[in-house]
Design a protein around this ligand. Structure first.
Ligand code: GLU
Length: 417
């Protein structure tokens, strides 16, 4: 992440714009601009070589007016309390935009996962879970995967929490392996939702998705699935990147092959031969129809937004576009489907997983995908309608819906005591 961009400031600016359009009460605005609870933990782990290392982690609950708080746990070397708070705030609006009964939260541990063995990552996960166990719970705060974490990490979270409680508690975390109460379709859900949003948005900008050219930044859980589904739908994915760099072929890249043959290798997709190697800056500036940033925050900024040639941006990542860039894209007539709408598919299927866990009754993949697609489409349409009604950009429209639902819930519940 570009550290010169303060993502919490970014999140607060976006909230302020929505608050202005909603004529939100000042006191309520102040409440929503701050997290409800923040926890900072420093904890030791014995590494494989016997040495003790201290790790820093965070769990932030932003708002719980609409239900238990929900949000991923991120393992990344560059996390901090402010960024985790911004991500928690975005989770609050995201859950409200797609109208699922959650507030927002986020957790993170400052760690470069590549430097540690599986056993060490398990210990970090278990100790972190135990440190934040007073906050999480199937009725209070439900973590999920995010950057640097996956279904295996969620299994360790579930097991650790269950050991503390004394009984198996699958509903405490989502994004688990299917065998442990995970949901069919959860792994692909964020990428699938991104493509549903992209499909809807192409209609607004006059593109035909099946005949479009697509560039995807990031080849993690979101980027890889979005790219594969775009390819499956007939679109041509001409550029893609992973943590090592980007590749480009104007005739299209074989995404499924890249995923199955190259993504697990040390050299990653860079080992694929039939393409040009390009920089991240060049990737974002490629001439294409749809750009899907699916890596980290603050990638499209005041500095490079002028260079973007895509007609449509669909945000797979959280916070990839800064407010300065938003303004430039808006002025240039480039539509950006915002993160809190575009990448909400993950938390929507997390919600399905949680419901299935609480009921001990599991659904088939087709049912999950159909319900996900319906929710995404309806949320997209509501955001578009708000955009037209308030004559605002799509990010502001999504925030108007999210913030209004949270504000209404807070006012209707009343302030305790
Ligand atoms: N980490 C994902 C996100 O940012 C998923 C959160 C969840 O499923 O709770 O939306």
């Amino acid at each position: 992440m570009s550290k010169h961009v303060n993502v919490l400031e970014m999140a607060r600016q976006q909230l302020a714009v929505a608050a202005f359009h909603l004529d939100l009460d000042e006191g309520l605005h102040a409440v929503l601009a701050r997290p409800k609870t923040q926890m900072v933990v420093n904890f030791p782990v014995v590494l494989d070589n016997g040495q003790v290392q201290c790790f820093e982690g965070f769990r932030v609950q932003h708002n719980a007016s609409r239900g238990p708080t929900k949000g991923g746990i991120r393992f990344h070397h560059d996390v901090d309390l402010d960024e985790t708070t911004a991500l928690a705030m975005w989770m609050t609006w995201k859950c409200a935009v797609v109208n699922i009964p959650y507030g927002g939260a986020k957790g993170s541990v400052r760690i470069n996962t590549k430097k540690y063995s599986k056993r060490e990552l398990e210990k970090v996960t278990r100790r972190f879970t135990s440190e934040i166990s007073s906050m999480v719970g199937e009725r209070s705060d439900i973590p999920a995967p995010d950057i640097g974490t996956n279904a295996q990490v969620m299994a360790w979270v579930m097991d650790t929490y269950s050991m503390i409680r004394g009984y198996t508690t699958p509903g405490v975390v989502t994004g688990k392996p299917i065998a442990l109460g995970g949901s069919e379709g959860r792994n692909e859900a964020t990428g699938r939702g991104v493509i549903v949003a992209a499909h809807e948005a192409t209609k607004r900008v006059g593109l035909d998705f099946a005949n479009s050219t697509v560039v995807v930044q990031g080849f993690g859980n979101v980027g890889s699935v979005a790219a594969m589904l775009a390819e499956e739908a007939g679109a041509k994915v001409i550029g893609i990147s992973d943590a090592r760099g980007a590749i480009f072929n104007p005739n299209g890249l074989p995404i499924k092959e890249l995923y199955h043959r190259y993504s697990g290798r040390d050299g990653g997709i860079q080992e694929y031969k039939d393409c040009d190697r390009i920089t991240n800056a060049e990737l974002l500036a490629l001439d294409c129809d749809i750009l899907i940033p699916s890596a980290i925050a603050a990638q499209i900024t005041g500095e490079n937004a002028h260079a973007v040639k895509a007609k449509l941006i669909v945000e797979g990542a959280n916070g990839p576009t800064t407010p300065e860039a938003d303004q430039i894209l808006d002025d240039r007539g480039i539509l950006a489907v915002p993160d809190i709408l575009a990448n909400a598919g993950g938390v929507v299927v997390s919600y399905f997983e949680w419901v299935q866990d609480l009921q001990n009754f599991f659904w088939e993949e087709g049912e999950v995908n159909n319900k996900l697609e319906r929710i995404m489409r309806n949320a997209y349409k509501a955001v578009e309608a708000t955009m037209d009604e308030h004559k605002v950009g799509m990010r502001t429209a999504a925030h108007i819906i999210g913030v209004k639902r949270v504000a209404d819930a807070t006012i209707t519940r009343g302030i305790f005591p």
